[in-house]
Design a protein around this ligand. Structure first.
Ligand code: ATP
Length: 331
């Protein structure tokens, strides 16, 4: 995937591309990460060397792809974008590696999905900027040694724990992206409302922020829905009541949980009597993939203390019973 004609990188949704900050100074929050990256960029540029490889980890929608696009912009260099799931064999990686220009960035999203055979190519590419390509097979096999231009690999993962140690250790900079505060999300809502030419007051921005599960991508999606709702039902006017009504209508509650989040808690309480229950069993009952639950649903429930992970499985907390208005089971 490369950049589209407007210089925007395609995202999970149209909003991701349109509302994504283009420069680091446009980013909200993640102050410590930004400060460290600026130092690393500055130092690399003054030495005339490529920036060290960077690994970002954290739940979806917190800005990993955004960082992977603003870093090359700060460095005035180009970026190629790949996804770990698409790199099935070494031959899938070769075009990207041979296309890197000096100092440019190769971004691999979901890098934990890169298979072992491809991962091994990354080792020498990252360490020595070279790859050994085996041509032919059997007795005719020959190894071709390809020199690559020095480049920066930026990897992103929702599962840092799934990365092998040799790959993880080849990233000089490792940054964990944490959740955003309601104030930071409200600021993102205000900035993006401006980009979309809609007026959003502080009260409405804070309703959206409070219901966005500490995640900028969700704040953007909620804002776009509130805009549609206001246009169709209130002549374009956005206020606190309209914002609440719009989000209630699509099943986003006051904690920001959506239908799938509540369905998860409901299944755990109703079918598994609150747990402990295994992830696969919950996923089968809900008819969704375990990966989706682990990446997109559980992190916020864990963080909000609605769920705990024990060695024996997932367990609903008393807070979850209160939130779902269910009586605590007698123990
Ligand atoms: P995934 O793991 O699902 O690919 P991600 O962590 O890469 O998610 P992004 O695509 O970078 O998340 O972020 C989603 C959207 O959230 C972006 O398009 C952008 O509009 C917004 N966003 C993310 N981080 C920030 C930030 N720090 N400041 C302002 N907006 C942000």
């Amino acid at each position: 995937v490369s950049e589209d004609p407007e210089g925007q990188v395609p995202g999970r949704s149209e909003a991701d591309g349109r509302l994504r900050p283009r420069r680091m100074d446009e980013m909200v929050g993640q102050k410590d990460v930004i400060e460290r990256l600026k130092i690393a960029i500055d130092a690399a540029q003054s030495r005339g060397e490529p920036l060290g490889h960077i690994l970002f980890d954290g739940p979806p929608g917190l800005g990993k792809t955004t960082f992977a696009t603003v870093i090359p912009a700060e460095m005035n260099t180009s970026v190629q974008m790949a996804n770990g799931a698409g790199l099935r064999a070494p031959k899938d990686l070769l075009p990207y590696l041979t296309n890197v220009s000096e100092g440019s960035v190769l971004f691999i999203d979901e890098i934990h999905r890169v298979p072992k055979a491809v991962e091994e190519y990354l080792y020498t590419a990252m360490e020595d900027f070279r790859i050994d390509v085996v041509l032919g097979d059997g007795v005719n096999a020959r190894t071709l040694n390809l020199e690559l231009k020095p480049f920066t690999l930026i990897g992103a993962t929702t599962r840092a724990g799934m990365l092998s140690a040799p790959l993880r250790d080849r990233f000089q900079i490792r940054e964990h992206l944490g959740w955003y505060t309601p104030q930071e999300l409200a600021e993102i809502v205000h900035r993006n409302a401006k980009k979309l030419s809609i007026e959003v007051d502080d009260a409405s921005a804070s309703v959206i922020a409070d219901r966005s599960r500490s995640t900028p991508r969700l704040a953007n999606n909620r804002l776009l829905w509130v805009r549609d709702y206001a246009q169709s039902k209130a002549g374009g006017k956005v206020d606190r009541e309209i914002t609440r009504a719009a989000l209630d209508m699509i099943g986003i509650d006051h904690l920001g949980l959506d239908k799938q989040d509540r369905n998860y808690l409901d299944t755990l309480m109703r079918v598994f009597l609150g747990g402990p229950a295994g992830l696969d069993a919950i996923a089968h009952t809900m008819n969704v993939s375990g990966d989706t639950l682990e990446d997109e649903v559980e992190p916020f429930l864990l963080r909000s203390e609605l769920l705990v992970r024990t060695r024996r499985g997932r367990l609903a907390t008393p807070n979850a019973y209160e939130h779902m208005r269910r009586p605590l089971p007698a123990s």
